[in-house]
Design a protein around this ligand. Structure first.
Ligand SMILES: Cc1cc2nc3c(=O)[nH]c(=O)nc-3n(C[C@H](O)[C@H](O)[C@H](O)COP(=O)(O)OP(=O)(O)OC[C@H]3O[C@@H](n4cnc5c(N)ncnc54)[C@H](O)[C@@H]3O)c2cc1C
Length: 413
């Protein structure tokens, strides 16, 4: 038994196996065969619907949706650890596909915890019933992302998107950018300022906004360098009216979003690990078959050393990921810090792993049809998804030393 399997329950092992079969049988052959498809500038048809339908068939699309609504229920005590196992396997096949699917899990966990019963009854069956149904979580704005992650809890750092309660409705105005599934989601969780006089931890509320709500415009699909099968989008809200009962959390929505972010960062690191594993597996295969100087590459010691470094980095990421996922499932006090640590550590280590993979593939490493450069592009995106490296590090130190590193860096009060 190797490190990947060690400590897994029977349920986790079986899920990992069926997910691996799905990736090996559907995803990887599709990515290799249709390597040009990610460059299509028609986002609607970039990823064939059959892939989502196949993911649905093996039950990995609706993880996080309660069983009573037809979702795939995981053992609650190890749910986040299982998310990590499945996210890694999907991303081993394609990072963008993993991005697409995990947003469903993450937002479902949020809705399960925060949405009133009648909204869960309305929306979960729709998520389950349509393999093309996607969810999105909209925080980032043109002038505000890192400040929200820290957060600087002062009025001047608050969200520019605002929501005002009028006559039984909330009227939302503003703009969100860089949103995963933002181009094609059917349902959006949107954060807006509802009290400009206080810091964002007290003055931010969250809402459910269905696609097609008048005043909501999907302004564009961003063409990203990696993870291209997830359609990242920009949204504009112009007097967008949602019923009063579409409010999820009033005032302290950012604090309550911890139920989304903690599993979210574990899943982020796990997808990242999947990209690294794909880079390692393909490189390990290549260096044992490709001959240069009369010998297969691995016989050249510099090549062997690089492979050892790749394997060591991945083992270290996996170990920290397990520790952090375990802490989240156990609701441990150091879970927040560990989540940020593994998110940052994975992004930097896997980026180096992908670089080694590209270098060990020589010229083939930079050819689009060979598929290794895709892993470098996919790995690069993780550095600033879910918070940049620097801001995530700041969050780590802030959670350790809240009274000094955690205090607002602006003028003394
Ligand atoms: C592929 C992808 C998917 C994404 N998905 C989502 C999503 O689903 N939902 C969502 O809401 N957002 C999403 N994002 C947004 C993502 O969270 C932000 O890109 C990220 O938080 C960084 O924000 P920014 O791009 O505005 O950079 P900025 O905040 O403008 O930062 C620019 C640089 O300045 C540094 N910086 C900024 N402020 C400070 C500070 N106070 N102290 C120190 N350094 C600072 C940063 O570290 C960075 O290096 C996604 C982004 C990408 C690329």
């Amino acid at each position: 038994m190797d490190m990947i399997d060690r400590g897994l329950s029977e349920e986790q092992r079986l899920m990992r196996e069926s997910c691996r079969a799905f990736v090996n049988d559907f995803v990887t052959p599709f990515i290799r065969r249709e390597w040009q498809r990610e460059w299509s500038m028609q986002p609607d048809g970039r990823l064939p619907r059959e892939i989502l339908a196949a993911a649905d068939k093996i039950g990995i699309r609706t993880l996080g949706v309660p069983e009573e609504f037809g979702g795939t229920q995981l053992e609650p005590a190890t749910e986040v650890q299982t998310f990590a196992i499945i996210a890694e396997e999907i991303a081993r096949g394609d990072s963008g596909l993993a991005d697409k699917l995990v947003q469903i899990w993450k937002v479902s966990v949020l809705l399960r915890n925060l949405a009133p019963r009648h909204l869960q009854e309305r929306w979960f069956p729709k998520v389950v019933g349509d393999p093309g149904f996607l969810l999105a979580h909209c925080l980032t704005e043109p002038r505000g992302a890192s400040d929200r992650w820290l957060p600087y809890n002062v009025p001047e750092a608050a969200m520019h998107t605002k929501a005002v309660a009028t006559g039984g409705e909330w009227v939302i105005n503003g703009r969100k950018q860089f949103i995963s599934n933002g181009y094609d989601a059917s349902l959006f969780v949107v954060y807006a300022n509802t009290n400009p006089k206080v810091g964002m931890l007290q003055g931010t509320s969250s809402f459910l906004v269905p696609r097609g709500t008048p005043g909501l415009t999907i302004a564009r699909c961003n063409e990203t360098m990696g993870g291209r099968f997830m359609n990242n989008g920009e949204l504009v809200f112009e007097d967008c009216r949602v019923p009063a009962d579409h409010l999820l959390v009033e005032g302290d929505a950012l604090g309550k979003a911890g139920v989304y972010f903690r599993p979210g960062k574990i899943i982020q690191a796990a997808k990242n690990l999947g990209v690294g594993m794909a880079a390692f597996e393909r490189t390990a295969d290549y260096v044992q078959n490709y001959v240069q100087g009369g010998r297969i590459l691995i016989k050249h010691q510099a090549v062997a050393l690089r492979l050892a470094e790749m394997a060591t980095s991945l083992a270290a990421v996996r170990a920290l990921l397990r520790e952090a996922a375990h802490a989240v499932d156990a609701r441990a006090p150091d879970a927040d810090a560990l989540c940020n640590m593994v998110k940052v550590f994975a992004s930097e280590e896997v980026f180096k792993v992908a670089q080694h993979a590209m270098e060990l593939h020589g010229g083939n490493g930079v050819m689009l049809d060979f598929g290794i450069e895709k892993l470098v592009r996919d790995a690069a995106v993780f550095l600033h998804m879910d918070g940049t490296v620097d801001v995530s590090r700041f969050k780590i130190v802030k959670s350790m030393f809240p009274r000094t590193a955690g205090a607002y860096a602006g003028p003394e009060g």
